[in-house]
Design a protein around this ligand. Sequence first.
Ligand code: ZN
Length: 102
Amino acid sequence: MQACEKCGMRFSYKQVLKSISWLYKPVTCQQCGTMSHVTAGSRFITALSAVWPMVMLQFLTMATWIRLLIFTTLAVLSLLAVPYVARYRRELAQAVKELEQP
Ligand SMILES: [Zn+2]
């Protein structure tokens, strides 16, 4: 799991999953309060994790309800795996502000 870039505190699985399901809401570090944003690459991976089961199903010839069931299961499973691969970056404005302080 990704850790805070400032203090190294690890984000919890729940925090990251919540952030992703709320349209990539920034994650606030529980220790130092630094906000971190999802990287563009991670957004891409998240989108892909929902799309690949759909693409795969195009090649399956089964009853619609079975395909829907497989799709839902695969999409949910891959979305649940996203927090393990999602990467976060510290908010740039916040980092600059900290540099300016003596
Ligand atoms: Zn922190």
